[in-house]
Design a protein around this ligand. Structure first.
Ligand SMILES: Nc1ncnc2c1ncn2[C@@H]1O[C@H](COP(=O)(O)OP(=O)(O)O)[C@@H](O)[C@H]1O
Ligand SMILES: [Mg+2]
Length: 326
């Protein structure tokens, strides 16, 4: 029987929060736990995953595949320095790849689902382009990376709002009346109350009740997993209460709070010296945090994490005492 594949898209509302750094090192950590893993650079237009993997930018990537340069998708897989880990480059040196037409995106999504590996991690571009929203929706559980700073959190919430509205839009796209109603609702004036998923579903229900039920069921399937990066202390996790409230009340989202990664000077040093953090500095704070997340992924990814906010807080507090030396 073919091996089950778990696809994990990794997104963020804001650039520079550590998405590519995390995607690369998390893939290495999962591969080192003994699982066949593939990591894909889907930040088309800004591909730089290779720098974190310590690989030269000389292989054909998704850009070449989409431009029809006689490259088969399966030929894109490149070996890395970690056994068990393969890598698919992004735009390589192909310019203007940030916007892929819808039909090509669908072909690409099907190819991504066929990658022969136990875990497939996708490094996505920052922000809410249709490309990114579409790739993020490839799985019901995707990671959102944020720092604990307000701009990063606001952008994460904006990303998830756009994602939910995108799912709803897709669900009703064949119903002209519902589509028109949604388009008008999305153009609301700045002074009005923020749009809520619930109120959109009510409006759809006024047009077609069954369609609203279908859209609601689709929305309920998504359970994002939030990872705080570049943290300093477990205290910062208190911000999760506010995030959770907004997600629940405005977006009807149940999120799992999945990990906390320390800010670590070693990260920059390793990138500057083209060293792979996880391989060269396995004992540094950032590597330890990432290894912990890798273990959790391989153990509990498929299930909802009950009480995840409190658990993450307690767990990080315990690890803080163990890992941080003063
Ligand atoms: N935990 C961390 N500690 C220190 N520096 C980090 C950490 N995570 C990421 N960085 C640094 O932050 C910068 C942005 O990271 P990157 O992964 O490229 O962001 P993104 O892909 O989200 O745009 C890089 O210079 C990276 O080395
Ligand atoms: Mg990046």
């Amino acid at each position: 029987m073919a091996e089950k594949t778990t696809i994990i898209p990794i997104a963020s509302g804001k650039g520079g929060v550590g998405k590519s750094f995390l995607t690369a090192n998390l893939s290495i950590a999962i591969a080192k736990l003994g699982y066949s893993t593939a990591v894909v650079d889907l930040d088309l237009g800004g591909s730089n995953l290779y720098t974190y993997l310590g690989i030269p930018n000389k292989y054909p990537g998704i850009g070449d595949y989409l431009k029809g340069k006689k490259v088969r998708f399966s030929d894109l897989l490149v070996r890395t320095k970690t056994s068990n880990l393969k890598y698919i480059p992004g735009d390589g040196r192909t310019p203007f790849m940030a916007d892929i037409p819808y039909a090509q995106r669908q072909i690409l999504l099907e190819e991504l689902k066929r990658i022969p590996a136990r875990y497939v991690l996708l490094d996505l571009g920052s922000g809410s382009t249709f490309n990114t929203l579409n790739f993020y929706g490839i799985a019901h559980k995707g990671i959102i990376v944020t720092t604990s700073e307000v701009p990063s959190i606001m952008n994460s919430l904006a990303f998830l709002r756009n994602f939910m509205f995108y799912i709803i839009l897709k669900a009703v796209s064949h119903n002209k009346e519902a589509l028109k109603m949604l388009t008008t609702a999305f153009r609301q004036p700045i002074k009005s109350e923020p749009l809520r998923v619930k109120s959109l579903l009510h409006k759809i229900s006024d047009v077609d009740r069954n369609l609203a039920i279908k859209a609601h069921d689709l929305c309920r399937n998504y359970r994002p997993r939030i990872i705080i990066n570049m943290g300093d202390s477990f205290d910062e996790l208190k911000v999760l209460r506010k995030i959770d409230e907004v997600l629940k009340t405005r977006l009807s989202i149940e999120a799992d709070y999945f990990g906390f990664i320390y800010y670590d000077d070693v990260v920059r040093r390793s990138v500057q010296n083209s060293n792979i953090l996880f391989s060269h500095y396995p004992q540094c704070l950032a590597s330890k945090s990432i290894k912990h997340i890798a273990r959790r992924i391989t153990r509990i990814w498929d299930q909802p994490v009950e009480n995840s906010m409190v658990r993450l807080f307690e767990d990080t507090k315990r690890k803080h005492a163990l890992w941080k030396t003063y």
